[in-house]
Design a protein around this ligand. Structure first.
Ligand SMILES: NC(=O)C1=CN([C@@H]2O[C@H](COP(=O)(O)OP(=O)(O)OC[C@H]3O[C@@H](n4cnc5c(N)ncnc54)[C@H](OP(=O)(O)O)[C@@H]3O)[C@@H](O)[C@H]2O)C=CC1
Ligand SMILES: O=C(O)C1=N[C@H](C(=O)O)C[C@H](O)C1
Length: 238
């Protein structure tokens, strides 16, 4: 496959290595300094774009891909408020848009486990739920996109929870997301239920960026020839 990397930072570089190992070609590596190279690309040169850039650029980047008819796999977090607009554009243009807050297969299993555990605990009102995310100090957005997906899974399955709140004491109807930035941590997510007599905890700890990058390349391989709006649940049939 001919892949364009839109955003060539920490993730772009790991994705490049995995894509090359899987026999793909990287036709362009785009960052803030060579945007004109992206503008010059045509449909015949590109099978899929993998976009991991910055919360402030993802919206424009994904729109530009859809305008050009490029299938786009986006991993950038922190721009959720604009996502419905690009989903509508993907449908209108007959294009293909894939997004996940986290491309790791393990995290997507963890998302399901989180929902199952919340369903089990829902009748047990003695437990207070919270979620914690820990990431490297270069991370631009807070809370992490993954923590937001976890909180959405909790809100969906715990009666009385209506929204999440970040690094503030939660009200009764809020799920607390506690965010911490430490050293080079690739991504740790914890869901904790505490009662007076015990504690239940599940966690996912990424040992590096390989899991995220492999998932993004799998998504790019999967999206070719498809039209619509997709996520990891579609790819993994979860
Ligand atoms: N969904 C998932 O599984 C995962 C998502 N992420 C998310 O991916 C995003 C990127 O993460 P990461 O690689 O660690 O970040 P980095 O800061 O290491 O890299 C971001 C790259 O994007 C470039 N960039 C910024 N603006 C633009 C633009 N307008 N057009 C093209 N490139 C641009 C930056 O260029 P420059 O350096 O010149 O500023 C940089 O090379 C974040 O939102 C992060 O949260 C990360 C890991 C997994
Ligand atoms: O910025 C990162 O590094 C990561 N971002 C994603 C997020 O915001 O959830 C996924 C992963 O945890 C790493």
């Amino acid at each position: 496959m001919n892949i364009v990397l839109l955003g060539y930072g920490k993730m772009g570089k790991v994705i490049e290595k995995i894509a090359l190992d899987r026999g793909h070609q990287i036709v362009a590596r785009i960052d803030v300094n060579n945007r004109q190279d992206f503008d010059a690309l045509t449909l015949s040169q590109v099978d899929a774009v993998i976009e991991f850039s910055h919360p402030s650029s993802a919206f424009q980047n994904v729109k530009a891909c859809l305008e050009k008819g490029f299938p786009v796999v986006c991993g950038t977090t922190g721009w959720l408020e604009n996502k419905p607009e690009v989903e509508a554009l993907a449908i209108e243009k007959g294009g293909a848009f894939f997004w996940s807050s986290n491309y790791s297969v393990g995290v997507n299993i963890f998302f399901q486990l989180n929902k199952m555990l919340a369903k089990l605990i829902n009748p047990q009102k003695q437990y207070t739920v919270s979620t914690t995310e820990i990431h490297h100090t270069e991370k631009k957005d807070s809370p992490s996109g993954t923590a937001i997906t976890i909180a959405e899974g909790l809100i969906e399955n715990l009666d009385g929870k209506e929204k999440w709140i970040n690094n503030e004491i939660p009200a009764e109807n809020e799920v607390a997301i506690w965010s911490a930035r430490e050293g080079k941590v690739p991504g740790t997510h914890i869901v904790k239920y505490i009662s007076d007599i015990d504690q239940i905890e599940i966690s996912h700890v990424a040992h590096g960026r390989q899991g995220f990058a492999l998932g993004a390349v799998l998504a790019a391989e999967w999206i070719v020839g498809k039209k619509g709006v997709f996520g990891m649940d579609d790819l993994l049939a979860l």
